[in-house]
Write a protein of this length. Structure first.
Lengths: 154, 186
């Protein structure tokens, strides 16, 4: 049995990371859409908080959630021209290329592929974001990639 | 860069209204000082005279879980009833209470305590007798001292057998003030 760091009361976690989360979201989405995404990020974190098994890597965990929310926001907003601007500010625009490619994948595989190859996250960060184990995250990404290969070559 | 108060409050309000909190808390101002009030979806769970949240957070998390967040709407009901109480317009509370994570003896004593009427006092010994443990007045004193929901569970109405105030976790000044407010003391 692992002895992890205790999970802090959510208030403390929120106060510690909210500024950085907002900064990440603003960089990706611009100031206006960042506000909704900020709320969405911490609501998702709250939803998953009870299932956390320890209080380690919480920063990486919440930043990963924020990046997920940003991806979702951009995907929803795809047809608007704002996307180009927001995307241009981003240091890693790969998600734009990946998103349409991965659209048909099962949700978990798609998330794993986008986070791994679009955002270059490590598997433990992806595992945290998906609420699964590192092995499962690795598995999801590789199955997703194999599925894509099969689709593009056929 | 900082978070705008509006954005911050929107998140805190959404968290409470979506039912995602184990406990929501806020500071309630009263004539006897600020109170840190916390409630869950089961009811009022804690009132603390130490209104400094940082100190209370871990304690609150031990009651109901780690999803503890300052969220004003969570304690709206409690705030309203406390306001009315301190204005002298309310003599009993209608709030449901979250008494989880308490030993059975504590719960039993607190349930009896809740029946002590506004403006009256009882003694530690009398309360002990009412839970069928007439010799447990010391243990009753300990329960009073650790009462998680003072004011609403009126441990200020419990005094020594000779009528001396004995003690109060929030300080004797506050005990005196509450008994004066209720007209139990001149």
């Amino acid at each position: 049995m692992m002895h992890g760091v205790a999970i802090p009361p959510f208030e403390r976690f929120y106060e510690e990371h909210r500024v950085e989360v907002l900064r990440v979201l603003r960089r990706r989405l611009g100031p206006e859409r960042a506000e909704d995404a900020f709320q969405e990020t911490f609501l998702r974190a709250l939803q998953a908080y009870r299932r956390l098994e320890h209080g380690e890597h919480l920063r990486a965990w919440v930043i990963t959630i924020a990046k997920n929310v940003a991806v979702d926001t951009l995907r929803r907003a795809r047809p608007t021209s704002e996307l180009v601007e927001a995307g241009a500010e981003d240091s890693r625009p790969e998600y734009e290329e990946l998103a349409p490619l991965t659209d048909g994948l099962p949700p978990k595989e798609r998330a794993a592929v986008v986070l791994r190859y679009g955002y270059d996250l490590s598997y433990d960060q992806i595992a945290a974001a998906l609420g699964s184990s590192e092995d499962a995250a690795r598995q999801a990404a590789s199955t997703g990639v194999r599925r894509l290969r099969g689709r593009t070559s056929s | 860069m900082s978070i705008s108060p509006d954005l911050d409050l929107r998140f805190r309000t959404a968290a409470a209204s979506l039912g995602l909190l184990d406990l929501g808390y806020d500071v309630v101002e009263t004539p006897i000082g600020p109170l840190l009030v916390a409630a869950s979806d089961r009811g009022l769970a804690s009132i603390s005279y130490d209104a400094e949240p940082e100190a209370a957070l871990d304690q609150l998390a031990r009651i109901a879980g780690p999803r503890v967040l300052r969220s004003p709407p969570s304690v709206d009901e409690a705030r309203r009833e406390l306001d009315e109480y301190f204005e002298g317009r309310r003599h009993s509370f209608d709030l449901t209470l979250d008494l989880r994570a308490m030993p059975p003896f504590t719960t039993e004593v607190l349930r009896e305590l809740a029946k002590v009427p506004y403006g009256e006092t009882t003694t530690y010994g009398a309360l002990a007798a009412r839970v069928g443990r007439p010799r447990a007045s010391r243990a009753v004193g300990t329960v009073m001292n650790r009462n998680r929901i003072p004011i609403v569970l009126p441990c200020h109405r419990v005094v020594g057998s000779t009528g001396n105030l004995v003690g109060y976790a929030g300080g004797l000044d506050r005990k005196t003030a509450l008994l004066r407010l209720e007209g139990a003391l001149l």
